[in-house]
Design a protein around this ligand. Sequence first.
Ligand code: PLP
Length: 377
Amino acid sequence: MNERIYMSSPDVGELEEQAVLAAMRGGWIAPLGPDVDAFEAEMAARVGVKHAVALSSGTAALHLGLLTLGAKKGSVVVTSTMTFAATTNAIMYTGAEPYFIDCLPETGNMNPDLLRKGLTRLRAEHADIAAIVPVDLLGKAIDYTKILEIADEFDVPVLSDAAESLGATHEGKPAGSFGVASVFSFNGNKIMTTSGGGMLLTNNEEFAQNVRYLATQARQPVVHYEHQDVGFNYRLSNLLAALGRAQLSRLDDMIAKRREVRDAYKSLFDTVDGVEVFGSVDDGEDNVWLTAISVNEKVAGWAVSELSAALEKHNIESRPLWKPMHLQPIFSKYRGEISGASEDLFHTNLTLPSGSALTDSQRQFVIQVLAEFLESK
Ligand SMILES: *Cc1c(COP(=O)(O)O)cnc(C)c1O
């Protein structure tokens, strides 16, 4: 049996090893240090925003971003239903109520018409709408032009969940540079990793200061540990920031590698009726974090579950897209504007091994198994 082939495993090597070792030998073990400062500066420069705060996870970044925007019990946060649970979990931590917006079938990203409908309804109820948190699904930036226009019209701030879209752009502008603030994740399966980590980016200095303050136990700037707020221990460690800096220097190469993987899937499925590479509306602006295929069972003559089982037999990981939040037992009682588009994607899509750490022979093996499956149908 071959070694298991994962969807997106960390892509780290000698450069990363040296960076972590250098940080360790430099003596900066205690959480903060020069690599944290440098990582923040390099990320801010890369994304083109003024301030960046390195945090222990993307979830922590969402949590503190929401608190800074005043999300609390009694307020509502409007968000994408097609996402990973972390987005909604962070809303729940604040006590606010999530309000789910369904997606566009082509991209899985927030449907602007449904956003407008939801905001209109909430306004009519005089709801306290703390924020809109849209998600850039699988590394495709949402249509920020439209979403921000609607947000402006209703005067609601946007906190962008760009956890999956570092390196992507919308109309040439980097993901993470839209809205009042944005959030990245450096979890092990993301486009680049610090093993675990996240970051909040913003052009608003006060916003960044507040997140920094909350992330370091809300310590007042005095020597005797004075506290006026409940704080958190959410900062990124210096050792992990060193790893992040090495990864950031390779980000474009890793994106190029993932694009090669997607292109290989594209050429395989190009001639297969009823199968499309999801997000093939990719105009070169996506970071192609994960590649999924959409299968029309009636046309193709097989269901994604059959393909998934065939891959599993060869020790190859594949998964459906995120199960939408409004279908999750824990969140199903919350309201939203639901069209069925995300549920449809959940049933008809399958995410394939997409990582930049895939070797050429692993990629060829996956393609071969897929080709054999198609042949057998
Ligand atoms: C990964 C992810 C997060 C959470 O990031 P962590 O660093 O794992 O906490 C949040 N939102 C989305 C859309 C994600 O994919």
